[in-house]
Design a protein around this ligand. Structure first.
Ligand SMILES: *Cc1c(COP(=O)(O)O)cnc(C)c1O
Length: 395
């Protein structure tokens, strides 16, 4: 390999990550994202995707992509503010607004784009953003990009949130995951909205893991907790339960109009391909017409949580499809991940900085299309793990 000037630190950085068990590598999948996949050449149970409703390879979505590509082509050609907003985008936004029961919605190219763009559009250097310490990285990046003062409160701690809200600022924004991505617990949205109302703060809720899964119609925790009118902006992704790609925000029309003008990650990027937008519309139809999928993924998660508890693990009680198996040490976590893979069960290990130091874990997630027997196979493999110290670390 040719030595390029100024790059000797890169090998050292990779070696440092290797030595501390933090080096990440891609594993290759040679099949669609089904409940069973071909991973590095072997059939294994997929127990770590965000494909909660099992829609990522649904024939209706595949057909929607094909039909829309024939009809509308592949590329969106520019930002929607430049070369025109294609019909599929506007139609899906109307349906998403109806789904979320808000006045309007706006598509973004991913949840990551949505979070960085929206937070920086709502607050600036004279303002305060209050953020749960376990919020997703895209929220953290949005807070940084906004240059607002960031007050990070302890996970779910409303007292600390209130202390931050008391500080004077031009504008205040409280931002939280509704379902926390690595822990699977649920934010206390009514309490957060009460405090926001008392201190004149906006509220942003990231429903990445709840959209399509929780609430009576699958609209998310905002629906489950009945706080729709008290939330300034909700974010939902199309890439997880909806099985596609992209994201959206929903709220009052004036909020959406502002974001369309000022969210830089909306304005300055090429729009989603129309065929993907059409697939998301087909997925939304399935959320509406096949509500049993939500029940199935949650029932599978309940089966997994109950089984883990019987094995002595402490798991969050909240009813979501995300079930962390706490281990602590990153090297041990990856060793257990490999042991499970050898038994045909794929549960990816999650390490810092995705989770706080000392809380590395296997993050198990269920799909509507898993059979109960699949969950039992995973539990049997977990029971056979050689894992000194795991039980005591599972706090
Ligand atoms: C996955 C995720 C995102 C990012 O969404 P993408 O559409 O995958 O970019 C944002 N917030 C949370 C909480 C997430 O888990």
């Amino acid at each position: 390999m040719t030595e390029q000037p100024g790059t000797d630190w890169i090998a050292a950085e990779l070696a440092r990550r290797d030595a501390s068990g933090l080096r990440r590598r891609l594993r290759s999948i040679d099949s669609p994202q089904d409940p069973w996949v071909t991973l590095d050449g072997r059939r294994v149970l997929m127990l770590c995707s965000n494909n909660y409703l099992g829609l990522a390879n649904h024939p209706g979505l595949v057909e929607a992509v094909a039909a829309a590509a024939r009809d509308a082509g592949v590329g969106a050609a520019a930002s929607r503010l430049i070369s025109g907003s294609m019909r599929a985008h506007g139609e899906l936004e109307e349906r998403l607004a109806a789904f979320k029961n808000t006045e309007a919605a706006l598509l973004f190219n991913s949840g990551y784009h949505a979070n960085v763009g929206v937070i920086a559009a709502l607050v600036g250097p004279e303002d305060t953003v209050l953020s749960d310490e376990l919020n997703h990285a895209s929220i953290i990046d949005g807070c940084r990009l906004s240059r607002a003062r960031a007050q990070v409160y302890r996970h779910l701690d409303l007292d600390q949130l209130e202390a931050g809200l008391r500080l004077p600022a031009r504008r205040k924004l409280v931002v939280t995951d509704s379902v926390f991505s690595m822990d699977g617990d649920i934010a206390p949205l009514p309490g957060i909205c009460d405090l926001a109302a008392r201190y004149g703060a906006m509220v942003m809720v990231d429903e990445a893991h709840a959209t399509g899964v929780l609430g009576a119609t699958g609209a998310g925790v905002v629906e489950l907790h009945g706080v729709r009118d008290r939330v300034t902006v909700q974010m939902g992704t199309l890439g997880k339960a909806l099985g596609c790609f992209g994201a959206f925000v929903a709220g009052q029309r004036q909020v959406i109009d502002l974001l369309l003008n000022t969210a830089r990650s909306f304005v300055y990027t090429t729009a989603l391909p129309p065929a993907i937008v059409a697939a998301a519309a087909a997925a939304l139809t399935l959320v509406e017409t096949e509500p049993e999928r939500r029940g199935q993924t949650l029932a599978n998660a309940a089966r997994l949580r109950a089984g883990l508890q019987r094995l002595g693990y402490v798991v969050p009680a909240d009813e979501t499809p995300i079930v962390p198996v706490m281990i602590g040490d990153p090297v041990e976590t990856m060793s257990q991940c490999d042991q499970l893979l050898a038994e045909g069960i794929f549960v990816q290990g999650i390490r810092p900085p995705t989770v706080p130091a000392g809380t590395a874990r296997l993050r198990a997630t269920t799909m509507a299309t898993h059979e109960p027997g699949d969950i039992d196979s995973a539990l049997n493999a977990i029971a056979r793990l050689r894992c000194p110290g795991t039980m005591s670390a599972s706090a």
